[in-house]
Design a protein around this ligand. Structure first.
Ligand code: AMP
Ligand code: ZN
Length: 114
């Protein structure tokens, strides 16, 4: 949607350091990285939250996961380890309402998250 920051990144209307894109998804650097590797993988399609996913999106979410794993290999955090996650709504800490998969790595991540 026009007022969505991640739709605007997908449409190249606002800049981002895009590291991967295909017909379904775009991946780019998180603006405020929380780890040495912090990338976001988003669908081109606007989907506000995980709650809005439908069975029609099964292939899309699977593809996002495979892209995350491929990027982890390319960024050489696959062996050391990394975390892939989606935040949903207020308690999940979601602030941008266009679903995005975080890929975090390059340091030892604490568990559980805060
Ligand atoms: P979440 O809290 O899961 O909604 O995550 C939103 C993420 O988007 C945060 O990690 C932000 O640093 C990141 N972010 C917000 N705006 C931008 C932007 N214009 N370019 C890249 N990353 C962004
Ligand atoms: Zn959007």
């Amino acid at each position: 949607t026009t007022d969505c920051i991640f739709c605007q990144i997908a449409d190249k209307k606002i800049p981002a350091n895009i590291i991967y894109e295909d017909d379904l998804v775009i991946a780019f650097d998180d603006l405020q990285p929380k780890a040495p590797v912090h990338k976001l993988i988003i669908p081109r399609q606007h989907i506000a939250t995980l709650n809005d996913l439908t069975p029609d999106n099964s292939q899309l979410i699977g593809h996002m996961t495979l892209v995350a794993a491929q990027l982890a290999r390319e960024l050489e955090v696959d062996a050391s380890g990394y975390r892939v996650l989606l935040n949903c709504n207020k308690d999940g800490g979601q602030v941008v309402f266009h679903i995005h998969m975080h890929l975090l790595g390059g340091r030892s991540l604490t568990w559980p998250p805060g």
